[in-house]
Design a protein around this ligand. Sequence first.
Ligand code: IVH
Length: 723
Amino acid sequence: MATDTARTTEIDVAALTADEAAKEHARLGEEIAGHDKRYYQDDAPTVSDAEYDALRRRYEAIEDAFPELKGMDSLSEKVGAAPSSKFAKIRHAVPMLSLGNAFAAEEVEEFVARIRRFLGLATDAEVAMTAEPKIDGLSCSLRYEEGRLIVAATRGDGFEGEDVTQNVRTISEVPQHLKAKDVPAVFEVRGEVYMGHTDFAAINERQKEAGKPLFANPRNAAAGSLRQLDPKITASRPLRFFAYAWGEVSEGGLPADTQSGVITAFNRWGLPTNPLTVVCRTAEELLAHYHSIEEQRASLGYDIDGVVYKVDSLALQRRLGFVSRSPRWALAHKFPAQRAITQLERIEIQVGRTGALTPVAKLTPITVGGVVVSNASLHNEDYIKGIGGGGEPIRGGIDIREGDWVTIQRAGDVIPQVVGVELERRPADAKPYEFPTLCPVCHSHAVREDGEVVRRCTGGLICAAQAVERIRHFVSRDAFDIEGLGEKQVQAFYEWGLVKQPADIFTLAARDADPAALTRLKNRDGWGETSARNLFAAIEVRRQVPVNRFLYALGIRHVGETNAKRLLRHYGTIEALREAALNAVPPGEEHPKGNEAWAEMVATEGIGAVVAEAVVDFFAEPNNEAAVDALLKEVTPEPLEVVAASGAVAGKTVVFTGALEKMTRDEAKAMAERLGAKVAGSVSKKTDYVVAGADAGSKLAKARELGVAVLSEDEWLELAGAG
Ligand code: IVH
C-alpha cells in the first residue's frame, strides 16, 4: 500500500536502532515476499512498481546499514517468487537475475561514474553502453540446442522457473529453429514475453463477453496467458517476444564481444530484438536516448516502464560482475509515475467478502498516460484523514474531502492512487469526510479493532457482500459440515434467493415441499431427485451439533475452532456466552479496565482482549442476534465436543477430595467432564489424578498408598487449561 511506502521512506535508516532495524527488516521482508507472490505467481500485483521499488530499496538500505540482518533468507539475494506448483520446474543453468533501478538523472550519472571507478578509468573516460526500452512483460529463457528450441522457462525465483515450453512454442515470433552458421551448440536466449496494446484490448473484450474477469494490464494478460496449463489457450492469446540477453552458451560460442554485437547476431538468427536499441558513449547520450524513448512511449503499441543501460563490452561486463541480485554493468532507468489532477466527486465505500470497508474515490474521468481513470484507491479511513500506516502524517497531514481537487498517480499499472490534495482549490463548503460506522450494504455496525486500519462490517451473517463467504464457512467441514453444500451450491442458493442466512438452510426442505414453491430444488440446474433428497437428509442430521461447532460456524472474527472451545469451556452455552457479551463493557471512559463481565471474559483461559472485543462486537449487532435466534429455532447445540486425543486430561479418571477454593465440587466435576475426563468417587489403581483441596482425608491417604498422582487445585486447573 502507498501508506506503507510513505512510512518506509520517511524514517531515516541511519536513525534506526538495531532493534528497530531488525523489526522493520522483518516486516519489509514479509511485505515484499507478499508482493512478489502476488506479482510473480498470482499475476495480480497490488502495488505499483515504484512503490515496490521503494520498499525494496529501503530493505536493502537497512541491510547495508545493519549487515548482520543479511541472513540466509535475505530477500536481497532472491529475485521474484518461487515458481508455483502447477508447472514442472526448470533449474536455470545461469541464474536469471534482476536489474538495479534508478529514477533520477543523477543516479544515472552516478552509475556511469561508479563503473569508471570500479574499472580504474579516468573520470572522463568513455564507456560505451547500450540503451534500450525496458519491456513490461515477463522474462523467459529459451534454450536452443543445435539450433532447436528445447526448453522454455519463466524466471521463477531467478534460480528455478517453470517449464512453459509448450506454451512458448505457440508464440509465432519465437523461432523453433535458429538458422545461421554461427549458432552455438547450446545457446540460451533470454528476453521478454509481452502483449501489445491492441491485442490486450481485444483479449479483454473477449473476457468481458464471456463474463470472465478482465486483466488489469498487458503484463498480467501476458503472464496469465503464458502460464496457462492448456497451450491451446496460450495459442489463442497473441503473445510477442523481444530478445535482449542470454544465459548458458557453449564454450567460445558467443557471436560477438559486445552486447550490441550479440543483439545484431540475434537479429540475424531470426530472433526479434528491439529497434530502439542504440549504443551511447556518455551519461548525456544515455539520458538523451531515455527522453527520446519516453516521448515515443505512448505510440509504441506495447508497455515499457523505463530504459535499460548495459555496458557494451562483454569483457568489461565480466570484470564488473554482479552485486547480490543484479549486474554491476546494467541499470534500469525507470519512468516516473504518471500523475494528473482531477476532482474527487464522491467517496464510495465498497464492502469486501470479508466485510472490510474500502473507500474508493469516484473521480471526474481524466486521462493519465493514455488511460482514462475514474476510480482511485483511498486505502482506508486513516489514509483519507492523512495518517499513514505507522500513525505519522502523510501528504503533510492533509485530509481528503469530497469535492477536493486531487493528484492521482498511475504507477506501473495497478489501481491509481490519490496521492495529493490541492488545498488552495478546496471548495469552501467541503467537509471532513466522515467514514461510515454502519455497513453501506446491510447497515450493521462497522467496527475497527484496536491497532487495525480496516473497519469491518460485523453483520457477516446477513450482509449481502459477505453472505456467500459466510454461509460457505458455516457449512464447511469443521463447522456444520453439511455434505453436498459446497461453494458452488452455496453461491447458487444465494442467487436463487433460497439461502440468504444460515437459518435458511434448515428451512429449505420445508419450503421446497410447500406446494406453493415455484421451482422445486430437484428441477433446478445441477440438481435432481436423488441429490436434492440427499442434501435434505444431510441437513437434517445437523439439527444437533456440538456447541463449539455452532459457535465456530458463526464466523465471529478471531473465533476459530480453538477459541470457540475455550469460550464454551468457560460459558458452557451460546446463551450464556451471548449474555456475557451483551453485559461486557470493554475498557473505556466509564470502566477504565472494562466492567466485571468484560474482566471475566478476558480472564477466560486463552482469551484476550482482541477475541473478547470481537465477541462483544458480534453480539452487539442486533442483526446477528436475530440471525442466531433464527438458527437456534432450527438447531439444538449439544455439549462441547471433546476430542479424546487432545487435552491433557481427556480420557483420564479424576477424584476430587477436600475443600476446593476456586470452584464448587459440582463445577469441578462439570469442567472435568467437559474436557473428557471421568470423575470417580473413590480412589483405585485406575485413578489417574487425585485433586486434593484443604483438609483432604482418607482419599488422599489412599492415593499416596497406591502411588496415584496428587494435584493441588491450581495444578489441576493448569493441567486442564492446557487441554
Ligand atoms: S536485461 C542480467 N533488458 O527487467 C540482466 N531486462 O528488472 C538481464 N526487462 O528480469 C536483464 N526489458 O524481465 C533486460 N531490455 C531489457 C529488459 C529487461 C525488460 C526485465 C526483465 C528483467 C527485469 C529486471
